[in-house]
Design a protein around this ligand. Structure first.
Ligand SMILES: [Zn+2]
Length: 145
């Protein structure tokens, strides 16, 4: 049987590449994305629940909103030297950014939210998945006499 390395380490340096690569924060072996703009309910490899309860998505939305605001602020500050002479163009850039960035950052906002949640309190695992792993491990060992 294939051994699954489910590193439950929660160090930021281990979680960073998983966030960037949209990988499961627990094992890093599976993508969190089922299809564009659809996040999986759980990791098929380790059983970590990506949607652990009703309303859990609000955290991902909050991450997306805050990140968008920070990016808009950073671009605004970068444009300050030109805002006097190109006021209308700067507004168009900021408005376009405010519309497009949250859409482009959707999957990464989920990934960041899941990594933050895993870092703070570890993502829960699906009980059926854990029971299946235990059953297969016991099967390998054989009956205890
Ligand atoms: Zn996983």
């Amino acid at each position: 049987m294939r051994e699954i390395k489910t590193s439950r380490e929660r160090r930021p340096l281990r979680l960073l590449p998983r966030f960037v690569g949209l990988r499961c924060p627990v094992c890093g072996l599976s993508s969190i994305v089922q299809r564009p703009f659809k996040i999986k309910d759980q990791c098929p490899v380790c059983g970590a629940l990506f949607k652990r309860e009703e309303g859990f998505f609000v955290g991902a939305i909050s991450v997306n909103v805050v990140t968008t605001e920070l990016v808009i602020l950073a671009v605004y500050l970068a444009c300050l030297p030109w805002i006097g002479s190109y006021y209308q163009q700067v507004l168009v850039i900021l408005f376009t950014l405010a519309l497009l960035f949250p859409v482009a950052f959707y999957h990464h906002s989920w990934s960041l939210w899941l990594c933050l949640d895993h870092f703070v309190e570890t993502l829960p695992r699906d009980a059926a998945h854990v029971a299946g792993q235990v059953a297969s491990e016991n099967k390998e060992i054989g009956p205890q006499t």
